[in-house]
Design a protein around this ligand. Structure first.
Ligand code: UD1
Length: 418
């Protein structure tokens, strides 16, 4: 079993290049199944979630090649299967995007309910509701969600909750549906906009992505394109949090600062110096930092996918901070594991109260999920002495070349096969 050995207590300094966004990549790659012709997708992060989605697409008959570690060429002309491999689909949450893509492509789809990180109940009722509003009939059996879309057409969908996945899936299912679709109460995350930009560059007619109403005029076909995925705001926020937790000075490169506004404003409130450039942000933690309150919300609110990293960071800051989880009902389960580092966090419902400033101690930790794994790494980097982090498969799902990137910032980190 692989583990990280981190000898912490050293400030991170230098520059780090941010990769393409995981959550955009896992939507845009399956979207290429809707395209007639070849798509060249650039700035694709080299992570295991991308490998999993590519495997699933290949098992459906798509011709996919990686021309370098960040460029994927997809030709789905020969796609011949609308049933997704259960074993592959259960490995990741984003397998649900095959539903929308296969509906558009074949007017039928059989896809198992998705896997992914466990934050309690992760329903897909809003995805299925949107398909029904577009004329689909859905039957679930023991293995598959079976969707008959023979009567697919444009329709009106009002989402009862703001859901990234349901918004993206409804866009995928409707781009080739005859007529007009109106989606209301949509998610506004940058990766929703990125997916719409990709599809529009291939010939789709989608307007309003990034607002809460998206309108789609169905087109007959989409054409091959070359498209580059946006930078990953969560990866950027993770390196910022690590730099600040170690009281370092780091230039975060290849980012869209606007996507990070909700994150950098919290760092500024803490007392961090933040210098913003066109495609870079520098964070400098050279002054005493203050405790703060955070509530996670859908974009443009503070992202839930940075919540665990913030709990680790706030544990290094004197005073009482609170973090309220406003998206997932059960996303504090990792705290029990993080407590091995000496963090003082008490959880009451969806609010975590952090008594910060107690020196963290090295520990043997399990990455309990992807972002919890990042929080364990931050705690280990901030602790004097050597920590071990296990279950790296979770971290490998979403952080490209994290060992090299942290070493580039001066971290003492090794990967060992135990
Ligand atoms: C995506 C991200 C995940 C992130 C989350 C919120 C991907 C692959 N994953 O997940 O990293 O944490 O957005 O930013 O992009 N809900 C329902 N019914 C549904 C769907 C969702 O009630 O049909 C609820 C969920 O329980 C949750 C909330 O809506 O409370 C938001 O979930 P959603 O935005 O759908 O998350 P995902 O798209 O699964």
């Amino acid at each position: 079993m692989d583990k990280f050995l981190i000898n912490g207590g050293k400030a991170l300094n230098g520059e780090v290049h941010i990769s393409g966004a995981k959550n955009a990549a896992v939507a845009i790659l399956p979207a290429a199944l809707l395209v007639n012709g070849k798509c060249v997708i650039e700035n694709v992060p080299d992570i295991s979630d991308v490998d999993s989605i590519i495997k699933m697409m290949v098992s459906l008959g798509a011709d996919i090649k990686k021309t370098d570690c960040n460029t994927v060429v997809i030709d789905a002309t020969s796609l011949n299967e609308w049933r997704a491999e259960p074993e592959l689909a259960l490995k990741m949450r984003a397998s649900y995007y095959l539903m929308g893509a296969l509906i558009g492509r074949f007017h039928k789809a059989s896809v198992p309910p998705p896997g992914g990180c466990n934050f309690g109940t992760r329903p897909i009722d809003q995805h299925l509701k949107s398909f029904e509003c577009l004329g689909c009939t859905i039957k679930c059996d023991d293995t598959f969600v079976n969707i008959d879309a023979s009567l697919l057409s444009g329709g009106n969908v009002y989402f009862d909750v703001v859901s990234v996945g349901a918004t993206i899936n409804a866009i995928l299912a409707s781009v080739l549906a005859p007529g007009k679709t109106v989606l209301e109460n949509c998610a506004k995350e940058p990766h929703v906009v990125d997916l719409a930009n990709f599809l529009n560059s291939a010939g789709a007619k989608i307007v309003g992505a990034g607002t809460d109403v998206i309108k789609i005029h169905g087109v007959e076909k989409l054409n091959g394109v070359t498209y580059s995925i946006i930078p990953d705001q969560i990866e950027a926020g993770t390196y910022m949090a690590a730099a600040i937790a170690t009281r370092g000075n780091v230039l975060i490169k290849n980012i869209i600062p606007k996507h990070l506004d909700c994150i950098t404003s919290k760092f500024i409130e803490m007392g961090v110096s933040v210098e913003e450039y066109d495609e870079e942000i520098r964070v400098i933690a050279d002054k005493p930092l203050k405790s703060i309150r955070i509530k996670t919300l859908p974009y443009p609110g503070f992202p839930t996918d940075l919540q665990p990293q913030m709990v680790a960071l706030l544990s290094t800051i004197n005073g009482k901070s609170t973090v309220t989880e406003g998206v997932w009902e059960s996303r504090f389960q990792y705290i029990e594991e993080l407590e091995k580092t000496g963090v003082r966090v008490s959880v009451d419902g969806n609010v975590a109260t952090i008594e910060g400033g107690v020196p963290l101690k090295p520990a043997s930790l399990r990455a309990t999920d992807l972002r919890a794994g990042a929080s364990m790494i931050i705690a280990a980097l901030a602790s004097e002495g050597t920590s071990e982090i296990y279950e790296l498969r979770h971290i490998d799902r979403g952080y490209e070349h994290i060992l090299d990137k942290l070493r580039g910032l001066g971290a003492d980190i090794q990967r060992r096969d135990d």
